[in-house]
Write a protein that binds this ligand. Structure first.
Ligand code: NAD
Length: 284
């Protein structure tokens, strides 16, 4: 039976470390701020924001949510962003996506200050992640996967890592982060021929496809590390990952559960990025 890689445990350890770090900064009279920008009122964004604000506030970061009307024009939206970019009390900015249709992500992504862009929206940060420049901010979800692998001492050097998913939020940046750590990386996607043949070669298998329980036992080799990024809801409304946990866990060496895996770590990684952004801006 696979060892469970607990995201909750990773998040708790990271939270303690970050809380201590913020406490020390506060003793020096420094304050850290995060602003989450939401145009409109999507329920999935609202629940993400609630979790992020709670976690960052617990760690000692001042959080504010800039709630904007769904029908805000692109010009007005950019004015708000410009104000936040210039606000010295804001160290990190997250813009909830998707944006309303009248606002172009391709315009906005060039306007967010890269040094405050804690979830890798700016092309500057995307390029830094792609080129392996550790100065940039990776998206929080792939960074959470790396956090879990590091916490459990799972080495990547020379390992065969196989990813399912090539999105710009998860699969692609994560592939580059694994490559930076000298894994041999394969990226699979909807056009991959014979997916089980690819995934069975994995020593580390990462599923980020958004398809409930699509990774079945025939797709996993004995002893593999299986990281499940997927957040799905099955026919009965129960949250589940991309991995069929019940059939895969007797075969895998180590496995993340859903819930309680990668998703539990992302908001703590967000806090980590705000602290890094603060230090970058202060030249610390
Ligand atoms: P996406 O839809 O943008 O991308 C999915 C990718 O998977 C695509 O590249 C597609 O080619 C590939 N794919 C889909 N079905 C496939 C199949 N049958 N075979 C092979 N490849 C397939 O999704 P995303 O935004 O990258 O998110 C992926 C999953 O991760 C979703 O379940 C999402 O909810 C979850 N997610 C979790 C977190 C977290 O904090 N844990 C954060 C972001 C996303």
């Amino acid at each position: 039976m696979a060892k469970i890689l607990s995201g909750k445990e990773v998040a708790a350890a990271l939270k303690d470390k970050l809380t201590e770090e913020v406490k020390k900064l506060k003793e020096q009279g420094k304050a850290l701020g995060l602003c989450i920008v939401m145009a409109g009122d999507r329920p999935d964004s609202a629940s993400y924001i609630k979790g992020a604000v709670k976690r960052c506030t617990d760690i000692g970061i001042d959080c504010q949510v800039e709630k904007l009307p769904e029908e805000i024009s692109q010009d007005e939206f950019l004015k708000v962003l410009d104000r936040l970019n210039k606000d010295p009390e804001i160290n990190g900015i997250i813009i909830m996506r998707p944006l309303p249709s009248q606002i172009s992500e391709d315009v906005v992504k060039y306007k967010i200050a890269p040094e405050k862009d804690v979830d890798c929206f700016s092309p500057i940060n995307v390029s830094k992640v792609m080129s392996g420049d550790s100065d940039g901010f990776a998206p929080c979800t792939p960074a959470a996967v790396i956090e879990i692998l590091d916490y459990y001492g799972i080495g990547l050097e020379g390992k065969r890592a196989v990813l399912i998913g090539r999105s710009m939020v998860v699969g692609r940046p994560l592939a580059m982060m694994l490559l930076k750590r000298n894994a041999t990386v394969t990226i699979c996607h909807t056009r991959t021929k014979n997916l089980p043949q690819e995934t069975r070669r994995a020593e580390i298998l990462i599923a980020a496809a958004g398809k409930a329980r699509m990774v079945t036992k025939d797709m996993v080799s004995e002893g593999a590390v299986v990281i499940d990024v997927g957040i799905n809801f099955d026919e009965s409304g129960k949250m589940c990952g991309d991995v069929d946990f019940d059939s895969v866990s007797p075969i895998a060496g180590q496995i993340t559960p859903v819930p309680g895996g990668v998703g539990s770590v992302t908001s703590t990684v967000l806090a980590k990025h705000v602290i890094e952004a603060f230090k970058l801006q202060q030249g610390l």
